[in-house]
Write a protein that binds this ligand. Structure first.
Ligand SMILES: [Fe+2]
Ligand SMILES: [Fe+2]
Length: 477
């Protein structure tokens, strides 16, 4: 998506991606900052191995984007384990699933929490009985999607290969391909060690992280790389900085200085579109949701006479408005029955997360607040802040109408999509009460004028049938 006549100053890609990587942490159930800390650990390794700056640049983006495929298996994880995807994903990163005792114990801790014993046993048999096949396929989905995403964004083959192999282990018992020793790309070996070091640093302590590196040296990790990390044990100030509040800034500055990448308007749009796809793929019920909301928001703004800069801002706000949803469990997002109070509290967090993530990016900060207001309503009945019409900008009003219309015309866990005419009729009922009258009218006019009553990107409906969104099943046996 380009806007004629729009020129924005170039910005550092690292600044944008370091901030957006916090969305991966949400999706992976990792403590905030996992991606940027992993980046710093991996880049120190790259420095001490004297890798040249071109390779360190490939490593840098592999470390920042290693979880770009994070949301692609969330729906399967939640269904297969009958549990919160975040809880399971955290375990997938720490447990050696190829060892049966570890797999059984971990499944016991993660599968079908709160369900009857028989249901839990069924999950355990399914998940552990196929010789690690289920976790392997879950990791494969994630790695392939992540590698594909970075290729599409124009990163190097070395970066994509590192992301594809980030969960391979030195002893050949990792996933998805069971690569062994030096057959695993060096950058993937570094990223695997870096991410695991951070997981145990946050879960335990520096001592706990180093103990894990020592214990898994030669099993998960390249022994030579593990020895480098083990040599940092006494560097207290470095570990303190790694756990400190400046870690995102430090990660931005860790990009090789002679390889700094900058992007302008097209690049920023591509990054926002990529993160919209990452958000939407979390559940089949939000298939292309963010891209469609973005297109509606831009078109409504244009219909209302907004200038190109405002249209662009609303387009990006639409793309990223639900990025905070990566922090909501698929157990809740795909629930067909009534939501509990706790479920609702979790859902109401997602606009807050959206704002927190976008606020960290200078060039996205201007619309961070607008993007987070898409569930607010004129009469104060929305969420999470329960603002009323006097507190809602034109942009927030446009986004609310775009989001509501797109949701109504798409599959949801609890109901089928309604035809565009019915959706417009339902919007009319809220016109001026809960939803902005001008925005509803503009959407109406736009759809009538263009004759385009189907959402943008609707040519991709082959993934749907009349029973709802389709997912690719993972064979359990
Ligand atoms: Fe939302
Ligand atoms: Fe939405």
């Amino acid at each position: 998506m380009t806007q004629k006549g729009m020129t924005e100053p170039l910005v550092r890609l690292s600044e944008v991606l370091c901030a957006l990587s916090h969305a991966f942490d949400l999706a992976e159930g990792q403590p905030n900052g996992h991606s940027v800390r992993s980046c710093l650990i991996g880049m120190r390794l790259g420095q001490e191995l004297n890798l040249d700056s071109e390779i360190r640049s490939a490593l840098y983006y592999a470390l920042l984007l290693k979880d770009a495929g994070c949301s692609s298996n969330s729906s399967h994880v939640a269904a297969l384990f009958g549990s919160d995807d975040h809880r399971v994903k955290w375990r997938l990163r720490t447990v050696n699933w190829s060892r049966l005792p570890d797999a059984v114990l971990s499944t016991l801790r993660a599968a079908a929490i709160g369900r009857p014993l028989a249901a839990r046993l069924r999950h355990i048999v399914q998940l552990t009985g196929a010789g690690g096949r289920v976790p392997r396929e879950l990791v494969r989905m994630r790695c392939e999607r992540g590698a594909e995403m970075v290729r599409r964004l124009g990163f190097s083959t070395a970066t994509a290969e590192a992301i594809h192999a980030v969960d391979e282990h030195w002893d050949g018992r990792g996933y998805p391909d069971g690569l062994r020793g030096p057959k695993i790309p060096l950058l993937a070996r570094i990223a695997c060690l870096a991410q695991t070091t951070d997981v145990f640093l946050m879960f335990d302590s520096v001592r706990g992280a180093l103990r894990t590196v020592r214990e898994r040296r030669g099993r998960w990790f390249d022994p030579d790389l593990a020895d480098v990390v083990l040599s940092w044990g006494d560097d207290k100030s470095w570990w303190d900085a790694l756990c400190g509040p400046e870690v995102t800034r430090l990660a931005v500055e860790a990009e090789p200085t002679d390889r700094i990448r900058r992007i302008g308007t097209p690049g920023l749009n591509e990054v926002a579109e990529a993160f919209a796809d990452i958000t939407d793929v979390k559940t089949p019920f939000t298939y292309k949701h963010s891209r469609r909301v973005a297109a509606y928001a831009r078109d409504i703004a244009r219909e209302l006479g907004a200038d190109a800069a405002t249209q662009l801002e609303l387009y990006r706000a639409g793309l990223l408005h639900d990025i905070g949803k990566l922090g909501v469990s698929n157990r809740i997002l795909e629930k067909t029955g009534a939501l509990t109070r706790a479920d609702w509290m979790a859902i109401k967090q997602h606009p807050i997360h959206t704002r927190q993530i976008l606020d960290q990016i200078r060039v996205f900060r201007e619309f961070a607040w607008t993007a987070s207001l898409h569930h607010e309503r004129l009469d104060g009945s929305g969420y999470p802040w329960k603002l009323d019409g006097s507190q809602l900008s034109a942009g927030a009003r446009i986004l609310a109408v775009s989001d509501a219309y797109e949701a109504m015309t798409s599959w949801r866990p609890y109901c089928a999509p309604v035809p565009p005419d019915t959706a417009l009729f339902l919007l009319e009922k809220e016109r001026g009460e809960r939803l902005d009258a001008d925005s509803v009218d503009a959407l109406h006019q736009y759809l009538a004028r263009t004759g385009d009553a189907s959402p943008p990107g609707d040519s991709d409906v082959e993934d749907m049938d009349e029973t709802g969104p389709m997912t690719t099943p993972i064979p359990l046996a």
